[in-house]
Design a protein around this ligand. Structure first.
Ligand code: ADP
Length: 661
């Protein structure tokens, strides 16, 4: 019973139009528009436009617009065509898209719509479930305007189910947000709803208080229609409170307002209420007058309930005043309208049951959608986990590769260091071997080569000391000459030995400069000319023009002196020695050629080497050490040149070396 009364009251006023002013939130405004009584377009036109919008959005791949169009179509079916199956189908499609695109905030309105749809078919439990879903979304986005909207719906559903305390809780929560929402119509409407609940609870004074508060707000915002409604309801409350005077006063003002508003629906209610009051006062004429007007307005607005009420009271009034003819007429009409209403109610109930059944079938799809979404979520999580695992793996791989690369680099570096160290060791080794050979050579020279001339010197000096009296002047002169020769040999040897040792210890001063090769050859020629003349050897210097080379003068002089004295040593009397220096590209070639004994190939291979000792006596039996050519090679190479020999046994030898210009 409570349910029915409340449903009727809700139908009268509790429509979302009271929220129409919440234009702050465009989504809410769009949603509410579907519930407004006055429509700017016909149903067909609205459906056509929404369908066209849906198709174009689909073609353009504009998913948010596609979702909105689907919901528009669903809401048109819900509020206007009442084809609940179509509404459900479109809501499901929207829900599916929102789910796949993760548009959670948009889903709030789909849930609100679905809640309304279940409410429409009388399944308040399911309606509540969807409202709770909407509430869960709002908790995430925290929009007070939307929250108030959901809470209001919840209050209505609770009231419809007879859960009046819950409903009051919802409405009071809405009032808590009244300052945030800042919309007086929301407050007025909520107060009105609270008043109705209190009325149902028979708490009349509380109810009256809330009605009056609501009325004040509606008056202040100039909402005449609701003002009339409030006055009517207050009038009804006073009747229940057995205060027929106040009831009449309120109903009369409500009636006047409705007359001005030309609101047939409201008028039928007000006339009937006034008529009813007169009837109760037994003023049947006044009752009949009002009830007839009520009946007229009810017929105009096709309000079956009010038609029935007018007819019922008219029948009773006529009966009571004894106008049976009229009474019978209205009695017959009463029977007809009662049957009509009953049939209509039955039909509605049947439709509600059918629709509920249809929607229950569809709900399986929503559930499936939810499972699908959970499965999808799990899949996404799984993929995410796999991706994370891959990231870790790749990062690990990178670290390992970097480590290997680093190890490879450091190994390469240490190998290089090792290689360098090895080469250094090898070089040092070679140097040590060379040094060892030098040392061996040095000792062998000292032990053998110095010993020989010194021995002959001692024997000469001994002869001179012991036999000076018995020796003729000629013999003494010969001995003195031999002594001189030995001394000179020894001197030359010592000179080379010292020079060589100085070069080995790095004490020799090496100072490359521009020198004239012609002059070096000339100086050496003059120095050794007397020695050559002793052996009847002629020396010729073919280099007659100054020839500049870049070299250390002292070392080059030593080289020329050694080669020239070798040429004198290994050339028999009557031979010639030719000195020459010629330009050859970027270098200068110096040659010392003799017409001496020459040498075989195997001897030539032994020359310039410290590790093999080769020395032969000269043509006048001059002794040697095999040190001269080694010294020459070292000095030439130090000057950046190259030394070599060409020789033929019995014909002579040509020693040559190159120097930088
Ligand atoms: P030394 O002359 O003191 O033995 P060298 O190193 O100057 O030492 O010469 C080494 C050897 O090379 C000589 O003993 C000789 O056998 C050979 N040699 C050098 N110059 C000539 C030359 N002009 N003609 C022939 N043989 C030569």
């Amino acid at each position: 019973m409570i349910k029915v009364i409340f449903s009727l009251l809700c139908l009268l006023l509790v429509t979302p139009q009271a929220f129409a002013q919440l234009e702050v939130d465009p989504e809410i405004a769009w949603y509410e528009r579907h519930f407004q009584e006055k429509k700017s377009k016909s149903v067909d036109q609205a459906l056509e436009e929404a369908t066209y919008d849906l198709q174009s959005a689909h073609r353009a791949g504009d998913f948010p617009r596609e979702i909105k169009s689907l919901k528009s179509i669903a809401l048109i079916h819900l509020t206007q065509t009442h084809l609940v199956e179509h509404a459900m189908n479109n809501f499901i499609r929207a829900l599916h898209l929102e789910d796949s695109l993760d548009l959670k905030d948009k889903q709030l309105f789909t849930f609100l719509g679905l809640a309304k749809l279940w409410e429409e078919v009388g399944d308040y439990e399911r309606s509540t479930t969807f409202l709770q879903d909407a509430l869960a979304i709002d908790e995430q986005y925290k929009s007070p305007v939307r929250l108030v909207r959901i809470l209001n719906e919840m209050g209505n559903i609770n009231a419809l189910q007879g859960k009046l305390d819950n409903a009051l809780e919802n409405y009071h929560l809405v009032l808590k947000y009244k300052d945030v929402v800042a919309d007086p119509s929301v407050e007025a409407k909520t107060l009105f709803q609270i008043a109705q609940v209190h009325e149902l609870q028979s708490k009349y004074s509380e109810s009256l208080e809330r009605y009056k508060e609501s009325l004040t707000i509606y008056r202040s915002i100039g909402d005449k229609k609701n003002e009339a409604l409030l006055l009517n309801d207050i009038g009804e409350l006073y009747r229940r409170m057995k205060n027929s005077e106040k009831s009449m006063a309120n109903h009369t003002i409500a009636l006047k307002l409705r007359q001005r508003l030309k609101d047939d629906h409201g008028l039928s209610v007000s006339y009937n209420n006034v008529g009813e009051l007169y009837f109760e006062k037994k003023n049947y004429q006044q009752a009949i007058a009002n009830l007839r007007l009520g009946l007229k307005a009810a017929r105009e607005s096709q309000n079956q309930i009010e038609i029935r009420k007018s007819v019922d009271y008219l029948y009773q009034s006529y009966k009571l005043i004894g106008d049976y003819r009229q009474a019978i007429e209205y009695q017959e009409e009463l029977a007809a309208i009662t049957e009509f209403i009953l049939n209509d109610a039955n039909e509605k109930q049947l439709l509600e049951v059918t629709n509920r059944f249809t929607l229950e079938q569809k709900e399986v799809r929503i559930n499936k959608l939810e499972t699908k979404s959970i499965v999808q979520q799990e899949k996404i999580e799984e993929q995410q986990q796999f991706r994370n695992f891959l990231f870790v793996l790749i990062a690990l791989g990178c670290v390992i590769v970097a480590l290997i690369f680093y190890m490879y680099l450091s190994k390469k570096r240490s190998n290089k260091i090792l290689e360098v160290a090895n080469t250094a060791v090898q070089e040092k080794n070679e140097a040590l071997i060379a040094l060892n050979a030098t040392k061996d050579k040095f000792f062998s020279i000292i032990s053998h080569d110095l010993k020989g001339p010194l021995n002959s010197l001692t024997s000469f000096s001994g002869l001179l000391i012991n036999h000076s009296d018995s020796l003729s002047k000629e013999e003494i002169k010969m001995l003195a000459q031999d002594l001189d020769k030995s001394l000179k040999n020894l001197f030359a040897l010592l000179e080379n030995l010292l020079e060589w040792s100085r070069s080995q210890t790095g004490n020799i001063e090496f100072k490359p400069e521009v020198i004239d090769m012609m002059e070096v050859l000339d100086v050496n020629k003059s120095l050794l000319e007397a020695q050559a003349a002793n052996k009847q050897i002629a020396i010729a210097n073919l280099c007659v023009t100054p020839l500049r080379v870049h070299a250390d003068k002292n070392s080059i002089t030593t080289v020329v002196r050694n080669l020239l004295s070798n040429a004198i040593k290994f050339t028999p009397p009557g031979g010639t020695i030719t000195l020459n220096a010629k330009e050859n590209g970027t270098s200068v070639n110096v040659s010392i050629a003799d017409t001496g004994v020459g040498m075989p190939k195997e001897v030539m291979e032994k020359l310039f080497r410290i590790d093999t000792k080769h020395s032969t006596k000269g043509t006048a039996n001059e002794k040697g050490t095999g040190l001269g050519l080694i010294l020459c090679k070292e000095f030439v190479e130090k000057n950046g040149g190259h030394i070599g020999v060409e020789s033929e046994v019995g014909k002579g030898s040509t020693f040559y070396f190159s120097l930088k210009k």
